[in-house]
Design a protein around this ligand. Structure first.
Ligand SMILES: Nc1nc2c(ncn2[C@@H]2O[C@H](COP(=O)(O)OP(=O)(O)O)[C@@H](O)[C@H]2O)c(=O)[nH]1
Ligand SMILES: [Mg+2]
Length: 203
């Protein structure tokens, strides 16, 4: 079984020039503001307040780096979670938005340590145009050693009907709830496998 047994905040950067050396595989976490990105980082690392759940969505324009230790049947593996700023928040000026997108694009395309993009989406709204655009954007820039993992949050808010319509649209959707802590083991297994090409016992 694979688990994240340690996690710590390392630093924040405003752009690629301030970022850490690329000495470790990285998992970039992306999603619209309020989709549950900070909560996801807390849930997957089994920590209450590692990533701050912000009360002013869209205001965090920083790239946050967290170092995590995976434990696979007693063997330890280090990686970094990279919390990218939420997109799609309207309350910033166009100029600001453009400058920020440019800086984020530079980071995403130049940061070769990124091995996996986790694109979080709200399970209740699986067909949002902005998520589609981001997915297509990632597909267009990803290198052969990178993958995209789509994870749907707020599973606890689905009823049978919305659940089956999600399954129709995205048959293999990875569905999680940060509130109920469900679906997390499956995501952890997948992330570990994609980063380290190994599966652990009882996964
Ligand atoms: N019901 C439910 N609420 C969630 C879930 N994940 C996040 N939230 C709530 O959604 C809001 C935004 O979460 P946050 O993690 O700050 O989103 P971020 O802006 O993407 O970092 C907060 O009020 C969270 O408590 C979930 O899986 N289920
Ligand atoms: Mg956040």
């Amino acid at each position: 079984m694979v688990k994240i047994t340690q996690a710590s905040f390392i630093t924040s950067a405003q752009n690629i020039s301030q970022a850490l050396p690329q000495d470790m595989s990285e998992i970039a976490v992306l999603g619209r503001s309020n989709v549950g990105k900070s909560s996801f980082i807390n849930t997957i690392t089994n920590r209450k307040n590692l990533a701050k759940s912000s009360s002013t969505p869209g205001k965090t324009r920083l790239i946050n780096f967290f170092e995590v230790t995976f434990d696979c049947d007693g063997d330890k593996f280090q990686a970094r979670l990279v919390d990218l700023p939420g997109f799609g928040y309207a309350k910033v000026s166009k100029t600001e938005k453009y400058a920020w997108q440019k800086s984020l694009h530079e980071f995403i395309t130049k940061r070769t340590a990124i091995r996996l993009f986790i694109l979080l989406q709200d399970a209740r709204h699986p067909t949002m145009q902005i998520d589609k655009e981001v997915r297509e954007y990632l597909e267009s820039i990803k290198r052969p050693d990178q993958e995209i993992l789509e994870v749907f949050t707020k599973a606890d808010k689905l009823n049978q009907k919305t659940k089956s319509s999600l399954k129709k649209i995205v048959p293999n959707a990875m569905l999680i709830s940060n509130l109920k802590k469900t679906g997390i083991q499956q995501v952890t297994n997948k992330v570990f496998e994609k980063l380290f090409f190994k599966s652990c016992k009882d996964d």
